[in-house]
Design a binder for this molecule. Structure first.
Ligand SMILES: Cc1cc2nc3c(=O)[nH]c(=O)nc-3n(C[C@H](O)[C@H](O)[C@H](O)COP(=O)(O)O)c2cc1C
Length: 257
């Protein structure tokens, strides 16, 4: 009998088996592609923050214009080698789970709520024709309202003026905290100064920056209805441009230039 219970169950089982095979095969075969797309998304953000992105050109070709370097955060210097790691494959976020490659940030210093900071990070350098540093692209991250925001800040060759900001991953609310991706807001960072008298001064304020404000160059407009995200961005700038982040490297580069 074609409509016996055993046959119905058998057909259902066979359909399930075929479907699960299709799903798992596509999941496995698409994994590499997904990984590559994620890497490319990140690379596009890096190229955008460096202001050299051209959507009509290959991403890997454009990426060759940037010089990737390791930074030893404990020593505050650029290092050419780290653990025999291939710099293109080195994932500074992944290593924060490895206690031999990262250190716990003491609660009193953890203003960006990152919990663990990698011992060695990765920065990108855009050079001019003579090989001098034109821009530095520096990874930043910190907690907003719903989770950690991951992004990059680029700075000019005075090692103080912001050239751009981009986030490649966050969990903030569309229309509120996710306005960190608003092109107008991102553009407003251009030309702002990070340090004043050797201290990080740049912050996202609540409300709008007054043109007449003598301190306007250290202030970014708040995101309306998203004060907490704004505070998170302020805190991540303070952390990453402070002594545990890029401060000593930037001081050294400024001294050399
Ligand atoms: C569903 C929901 C989503 C929210 N998302 C955000 C957010 O992404 N970022 C943020 O700072 N505030 C968000 N808020 C608002 C915060 O709870 C808080 O009220 C706000 O940050 C205060 O900012 P304001 O003083 O500018 O209004 C959200 C609120 C609700 C109800």
């Amino acid at each position: 009998m074609n409509d016996s219970i055993a046959k119905t169950i058998g057909v259902a089982f066979a359909v399930c088996l075929v479907c699960s095979l299709i799903v798992s095969t596509s999941a496995v075969s698409l994994r590499d592609l997904q990984k590559e797309n994620k890497l490319n998304d990140k690379r596009i953000k890096i190229l955008q923050v460096a202001d050299i992105y051209n959507p009509d050109e290959s991403i890997s070709e454009q990426f060759k214009k940037l010089d990737s370097k390791f930074i030893d955060f404990n020593l505050g210097i650029i290092v050419d080698e780290y653990n025999n790691q291939n710099i293109d494959e080195y994932d500074q976020i992944l290593v924060t789970r490895d206690p031999t490659q990262s250190s716990e940030v003491p609660a009193s210093e953890d203003i960006a709520i990152i919990k663990n900071r990698e011992n060695v990070g990765k920065i990108y350098i855009l050079r001019d024709e003579l090989g001098s540093i034109q821009k530095l692209i520096l990874p930043i991250r910190g907690y907003g309202l719903w989770g950690t925001l991951y992004g990059y800040i680029s700075i000019e060759d005075d090692f103080n003026t912001v050239s751009g900001i981009e986030f490649y991953e966050h969990k903030e609310t569309p229309g509120l905290g996710a306005e960190v991706d608003n092109p107008k807001w991102k553009t407003s960072w251009k030309g702002k100064k990070i340090y004043k008298d050797n201290q990080v001064a740049l912050s996202v304020i609540k409300g709008k920056v007054e043109q007449s404000d003598m301190q306007a160059q250290y202030k970014i407009d708040g995101l309306s209805g998203a004060t907490i995200t704004g505070r998170g961005v302020t805190n991540m700038v303070a952390y990453w441009f402070g002594d545990s982040g890029y401060a000593s490297l930037l001081r050294e580069l400024d001294y050399e230039s």
